[in-house]
Design a protein around this ligand. Structure first.
Ligand code: FAD
Length: 403
């Protein structure tokens, strides 16, 4: 069997090496991580871990012994600096490591605010790594003033944590509404109202002019001329796939490392998976930024490496926790033209069902695990109940699965 090197010890890298061994791969496996800690889950970084309700060791995807027990060499604090695709080697520090098969699972990087508008001031944070969150932990003290730049899921989750801990929180969102890139207006309305109930001030259609301060951030000038006094800022304005290493090795990249349905790049011995990979999906190229995608695509790549040929067929799901609201999303809402609301039975439970003509595409379920579960199964089964059936409170939802 071939020797496999995986670059990037995140959700995708860790899933991939585990799958390789479970599918009987008996060659050497090396997982190379730039970060100093073993592979961990990122979602709690803006949720329970940021809130102080989860210990670091519980973030780890596998116990330390897992890697040794499965004869997987884990190299921490070891950024790969170059790939020689012709010679089939990678450079790590002063070492040159040889591979038969290489997998890029390098994830993504948060977009930063330019230094010209205060992006490099002290007290300006991002939420991507454990180190990022540990660096900002001391800022989360009651009464302090936080500005969140960007009303996407990560920014809103951080705002919810800060509000719960007694901070004064303002969110600025340049777009017409929070969550505009990822959700329908109904879901935005739901979360805007939830944050308002908790005292978070959300300013939509409001750009950030710049952050101010002499060394350390102390204020923000908004595009509409308002000035805010703040103690620190969190920037959550999206991510870019980490494809620089691949590009420098001559692999095609375009908003991610381009792979085919098997996760293979233009070099048949080099694969990519997770946030960093852009793959064919229906009639387009698609990149997904989610745990589901990182795990499923990585496992698909592992299967192809061991010779179980199969194409990646994503079954997207996602979640977000804000205050006492659990949002669960099934499917992809790309191209929706109408949204149907359905009230759940529990208090505050509601779901929004995305349709394109009569085809059900996706469901956003707030505190409604049943709607999520049924929606997910309908979408995965290619079933589309008529919108009026979903809207009807008398519909027996479970019966739809049998139809
Ligand atoms: P990553 O997890 O980013 O791992 C990539 C790793 O590669 C990193 O450790 C990086 O240091 C390493 N690396 C990069 N370059 C090199 C190199 N040259 N050499 C060695 N190592 C390298 N998804 C959900 O589905 N639900 C959620 O609720 C959710 N919440 C999130 C909250 C936060 C705060 C964040 C940051 C993400 C969240 N996500 C969520 C997204 C999800 O965590 C990512 O989609 C997932 O982690 C992607 O996995 P990955 O392995 O592709 O990339």
């Amino acid at each position: 069997m071939s020797d496999v090197i995986v670059i990037g010890g995140g959700q995708a890298g860790a899933s991939l090496v585990a799958r390789l061994r479970s599918k009987g791969h008996d060659g050497a496996i090396t997982l190379i991580c730039a970060e100093p800690v073993p592979p961990y889950q990122r979602p709690p970084l803006s949720k329970a871990y940021l809130l102080g309700e989860m210990e670091e060791h519980r973030l780890y995807l596998r116990p330390a012994a897992f890697y040794a027990d499965n004869d997987i060499t884990l190299r921490l604090n070891a950024p790969v600096t170059a790939i020689d695709a012709a010679g089939k080697t990678v450079s790590v520090g002063s070492d040159t490591l040889r591979y038969d098969t290489l997998v890029l699972a390098t994830g993504s990087r948060p977009r930063r605010l330019p230094a010209a508008i205060g992006g490099d001031l002290d007290g300006v944070y991002q939420v991507r790594t454990l180190a990022d969150v540990d660096a900002m932990a001391a800022e989360f003290r009651p009464g302090r003033r936080l500005l969140v730049v960007g009303g996407g899921y990560i920014g809103l989750e951080a705002a919810a944590v800060a509000s719960k801990l007694g901070l004064e929180v303002t969110v600025v969102e340049m777009a017409e509404r929070i969550l505009q890139r990822v959700a329908c207006a109904e879901t935005s309305d739901y979360f805007r109202a939830t944050h308002a109930r908790h005292g978070v001030s959300i300013c939509e259609e409001t750009g950030l002019g710049r952050l101010t301060g002499d060394g350390h951030v102390d204020g923000a000038l908004l595009a509409d001329g308002r000035r805010l006094e703040i103690d620190f800022a969190i920037v959550g304005v999206g991510i870019t796939p980490d494809s620089a290493l691949a590009a420098s090795a001559g692999l095609p990249v375009d908003n991610g490392i381009i792979v085919n349905a098997y996760g293979q790049t233009s070099d048949p011995d080099v694969f990519a998976a997770g946030d960093c990979a852009i793959f064919p999906f229906r009639d387009r190229m698609m990149r997904l930024e989610s745990v589901q995608n990182a795990i499923d695509q990585a496992e698909c790549v592992a299967d192809n490496i061991v010779g179980i040929e199969r194409a990646y067929d994503p079954k997207p799901w996602f979640w977000s926790d804000q205050y006492d609201v659990k949002l669960q999303i099934a499917g992809l809402n790309l191209g929706y033209d109408r949204v149907i609301a359905r009230q759940g039975t529990a208090e505050g439970a509601v779901s929004f069902w995305y349709y394109c003509a009569d085809r059900l595409l996706a469901v956003d379920a707030m505190n409604d695990a049943r709607a999520y579960m049924i929606g997910k199964r309908l979408i995965e089964g290619g079933k589309s109940p008529a919108p009026a059936v979903i809207a009807d409170p008398a519909t027996d939802m479970k019966a739809l699965l049998r139809g």
